[in-house]
Write a protein that binds this ligand. Structure first.
Ligand SMILES: [Zn+2]
Length: 238
């Protein structure tokens, strides 16, 4: 079934539309959501280009359980929600993938498929001159009692650390699980990033209660709102 996307234009919004909302609409359509009416812009976010990266995709499911619950599907929904919020606030969200595919064809010169896939994601952030990069993931561990979101940043990148702290604080407000933290992470996309960049592990699917919540659209929406609020806090204090 095809969706119909409608944008209501008022005089007040005409100028901003002319200045770039067609791009914005394309992005939101790409994210699978429509803007029924343009909301007031958020001063901290207007014009900010934010690459939103749902981890994994295609042949790479990410974390999964025995019942076919896949990380790549959960994080795509959260990422789409986040893009919708950013577009409404007049930021410019760049969604690295809006369907179930991997990114490796974008960077074929890298050595392995996995590295190609990761390099493509940060390449998108760099080539679009993004102001921030948020990669969204779901965690898994042997213990079923471990819970909570973790936001990773790269060592010696103070702006990324600041972004991680801002986002962890706002996720803390919505996540009912213990174990929240901000940690240094030695990850390729974070080390390669030439902009504030974080990996957000929104929770553990190995924890049955947290998994149940991660699968609900309402909690996915709340997580997106929390990441959005963290980005607002970051740009307000930058
Ligand atoms: Zn992941």
């Amino acid at each position: 079934m095809k969706n119909i996307f409608v944008v209501v234009v008022t005089k007040r919004t005409l100028l901003s539309l002319l200045l770039g909302a067609s791009f914005l609409v394309l992005l939101v359509v790409a994210a699978g959501r429509a803007i029924p009416a343009l909301a007031p812009p958020h001063p901290a976010l207007v014009g900010k280009i934010i690459t939103v990266d749902p981890g994994h995709g295609g042949i790479d499911p990410g974390s999964h359980d025995s019942k076919g619950i896949l990380e790549k599907d959960i994080v795509l929904e959260i990422a789409k929600n986040l893009c919708y919020l950013l577009a409404k606030a007049r930021a410019v969200p760049i969604l690295t993938r809006h369907g179930d595919w991997e990114m490796s064809p974008i960077r074929p010169e890298e050595s392995t498929r996995h590295r190609q896939d990761l390099a493509a994601r940060i390449h998108i952030a760099h080539s679009t001159n993004s102001d921030a990069f948020v990669s969204i993931h779901v965690n898994k561990i042997g213990s079923s009692s471990t819970s909570g979101a973790i936001v990773f940043y790269s060592k010696s990148k103070p702006e990324s650390r600041h972004l991680a702290i801002c986002i962890e604080r706002t996720i803390r407000n919505v996540a009912p699980f213990r174990g929240q933290s901000v940690l240094e992470g030695d990850y390729y996309v974070l080390n390669a990033a030439r902009l504030p960049a974080v990996i957000i592990e929104v929770g553990f699917i190995s924890n049955p209660k947290e998994k149940e919540l991660l699968l609900t659209p309402s909690y996915q929406g709340r997580l997106a709102e929390a990441i959005f609020s963290g980005l607002v806090a970051f740009f307000e204090s930058a």
